[in-house]
Design a protein around this ligand. Structure first.
Ligand code: PEP
Length: 256
């Protein structure tokens, strides 16, 4: 299967930025710049911004997503949000397993699996994040680690459900650091994830799944990264808050 038949997806991860009013302004600023995008365009926002962002995105090609969801349907989990709650408000995309969740909030491969399960059960599309630390890369265990993260997260996920999974390869050492993986490093790990999917499911599943790279992708480096045969899009942090930069990344995928 050719890369061109896979769905290219550029998704913004706003992290803990923007008030609802600012979210409206940001979506309104991005919308005209990306209206002709040749890829899917998503913006994943803080929970409190979802309504406002969704309102502002009406009639545009921007899809709004959340940055996490809980594994339980409801219950005594103060401060958490259930996948069904997102679905009920018309949100159908969610990031799961972002490295900042793993690093600062005790997310493990098991909770990432459980949250992925809940999101898929609620009918959401999951952007599943995997990636290694610098120390793990230097130890030479990137391949094993990323394959293991992928396998644990997707345990019990059917081939049909896999159609609602996007995988984002995000090396921790490249997130928010300004240090980007080289195009070759990014492609190598994205290809390895694709092989893992082939091993878990089958050839067609591996060839069909969208795999993004994330980690300091910006207007200057996007074209080279997105031109790689196994890089089908990007998960964008900092640059997704700057309309012109986000649009330039989308332009790069559109051209590529
Ligand atoms: C991210 O938050 O997923 C990310 C890739 O951040 P940045 O683009 O800022 O490195």
């Amino acid at each position: 299967m050719n890369k061109a038949v896979r769905k290219a997806v550029i998704a913004g991860n706003w992290k803990m930025n923007k008030t609802p009013e600012e979210a409206k302004e940001l979506i309104s600023a991005i919308a005209p710049l990306v209206k002709d995008a040749g890829c899917d365009v998503m913006a994943c926002t803080p929970y409190v911004d979802l309504w406002a962002a969704q309102e502002a995105a009406k009639g545009t090609n921007i899809q709004i997503g959340a940055e996490n969801c809980h594994w339980a349907k409801s219950g005594a989990f103060t401060g958490e949000i259930a996948a069904d709650m997102l679905a009920a408000m018309g949100i159908n995309i969610v990031i799961i397993g972002h490295s900042e969740r793993r690093q600062y909030f005790g997310e493990t491969d098991v909770t990432v699996h459980d949250r992925t399960r809940a999101a898929l059960d609620a009918g959401l599309t999951v952007i599943l994040c995997v990636g290694e630390t610098l120390e793990q890369r230097e130890q030479g265990i990137t391949s094993e680690l990323v394959a293991m993260q992928t396998k644990i997260a997707l345990g019990g996920v059917s081939k049909e459900e896999l159609g609602r999974v996007i995988i984002a390869y995000e090396p921790l050492w490249a997130i928010g650091t300004g240090k980007t993986a080289t195009a070759q490093q990014a492609n190598e790990v994205c290809a390895l994830i694709r092989d893992t999917i082939k091993e878990l499911y089958d050839e067609a599943a591996g060839e069909g799944i969208t795999i993004q790279y994330g980690g300091s992708m910006n207007a200057a480096n996007a074209a080279e990264l997105l031109a790689q045969p196994d890089v089908d899009g990007g998960l964008i942090g900092g640059a997704s808050l700057k309309p012109a930069d986000f649009a330039a990344i989308i332009e790069a995928v559109t051209k590529g």
